[in-house]
Design a binder for this molecule. Sequence first.
Ligand code: GLA
Length: 728
Amino acid sequence: MAIVFQEKTKVFHLYNEKISYVMTVLPEGSIGNLYYGRRLNDNEYLLNLYQSRRRDMSACSFDDDIFTLDDMKQEYPQYGHGDLRNPAYKIEQDNGSTICEFVYDHHEIIQGKPPLENLPGCYVEKIAEAETLIITLKDSLIEMEMKLFYTIYRDYPIITRHCEFYTAGKEVVLERALSMCLDLPDSNYQMITFTGAWARERAVTRRDLQIGVQSIYSLRGNGSSAQMNPFFMLARKNTTEQAGEAIGFSFVYSGNFLGQAEVDNYHVTRVLMGIHPECFSWHLAQNDHFVTPEVILTYSDEGFNGLSIPLHKLLRTRLARGYWRDRERPVLINNWEATYFDFDEEKIINLAAKAKSIGIELFVLDDGWFGERNSDKSSLGDWYVNTSKLPGGITGLAEKIEGLGMKFGIWIEPESINADSDLYRSHSQWVLQVPGRRMSPSRNQFILDFSNDEVVDYLAERIDSLLATAKISYVKWDMNRSLSEAFSLAASADKQQMVMHKYILNLYRLYEYLTSRHPEVLFESCSSGGARFDCGMLYYAPQTWASDDTDAWQRCQIQYGTSYGYPISMIGSHVSASPNHQLGRNTPLTTRANVAYFGTFGYEMDITECTEEELDEMKKQIEFMKENRRLIQQGDFYRLVSPFETNNNAWMVVNENKSKAIAGFYQCLNTINQGYYYLKLQGLDPDQLYQVDDKRYYGDVLMNVGICVDERKINGDFYSKIYLIEAV
Ligand code: GLA
């Protein structure tokens, strides 16, 4: 790995064994992109990649009539000097102008990776793991500096990027401050996005790039959203799971975002990603600064699996942090689908005792334990125990559960408030609202003004003392509505457009406070299922509830889609009842577990109602998961057969030395008198002999011919099978 600056040609070359990223200082002083892709040798001729051509009718930077920004591939462009595409930033100055002239001033190359101020980001453990280039550009008229950050990792085909703005003597307003721009030389790409809605998150959407703008975004304020995930890829038309070029863009942020690909009339593709400029404008005083969130760029010329495997590894080990980062995740039971709001202490203890008897390690008490919360109409905000439900309080219940030999966890939704709550009655000014205008409830609740430090300080104290007084080992942090009327009674008129980003900064501050005060508590993030499944959350909470939809077949799709951008160890996945509560569909218990294994694994159903036979099966499932969870949660995950394209789903995990693998095969509906079906595996050692069921095969056979899946015809709809593949 190296970052090289060629003084003579003003070329920057960032490279490691897999990738190269080449830039240069353009004639007018901004930074241009020369190349991003598979590794190139470093040499003095890289500047020959620079191209400029006379464009009739374009505004030129000089009298020579040749250099125009109109078709330049740029690193962080603006609008106003001849580039007519969408810009990366916009700065309003005191004379009303938004036109800047940032020119290259100097750069630094440092070992390691500096953290982002008050924002989540990837990190290194040893400085030798990465190198960082910081390019400083200056606009002397407005006395501002812009710093472009690029970190290249030694062991991953990954570059992280963000930008920082610094003022000196003048105030300005940032109207747009995206995290990165990447201009690619052609447009022969498809855009692959992960779209959906509540309970059907992250479905794979693949479309050809067209001239014009194609984008994904969230304007939900406090959530990256179930509708469009802040991870997308550009890939060549022929890219498959195993082969072909793809570039991944992961935004390390949990609020409003924009990710877009714009194809211009010269077929250059401009990719932009960052905080959505709508509802954003940031006042910078004199000697002030602004830091954009980070974007992770992952390059693969080995298909989508070649992209997601190193990305998973980086996110799992250099974005996730803390005590639980490398630990096997506990098998849990959550009482939500078992009881909803209808529980008392006896019911909970019975459920926990049964769970303990089959080997479950952690009991999670979901919504309904606080205030007067017997439905979703009241009490959010009142983080005090409901003693009519739990006479011994959370402390007493936690002790009883611990007494059974299990760990205990709770659900919270700190950002929300019901009008019917003590907190609302005493502090209604803490709720986001526009004076004189109606408020829009959602799930009977409103949103606390997290842009107001006072509100967040109150919650920090409240939740901290809850975690300090009871033996709580796990917290499910939920958030069940989007922002509306996002106006802060605590902010002045000129600062209202800062409210949404400030909300996210304070959300991160609260997470940072609580996770550092309670380092051994396992935090699972959640937002009406998977509406805040993003890299920002992963920095604080190593796992995220993937979806409120727990149907086994739907989960094949949700988990398959999610795995393109996120590691398996992050995917909260539970076995639930049949018929399923969301779809009413019946699926075999075996299949429900076979799907949930490929995640964090747990149960979310009333197991006190289960037969002895079912409990026996669950016991075996739990033993299987305990035995294999390290491999599943930390191995290399390969998608094999897409449930979006076929009647089947298949995926597998392989350990580091390729001596053990686990594959899951799943069928949706049964068909009659079908042909032989061969499941081709990936990631094995071709020269290694493996045992699969009662047969032996070499790795090359398993990968090129496959396992013949031959039991489907008798087992019907939603059949599934787990294959253990062990080196002999
Ligand atoms: C959200 C979560 C669920 C559950 C309920 C409780 O919908 O996604 O898992 O916790 O809230 O109200």
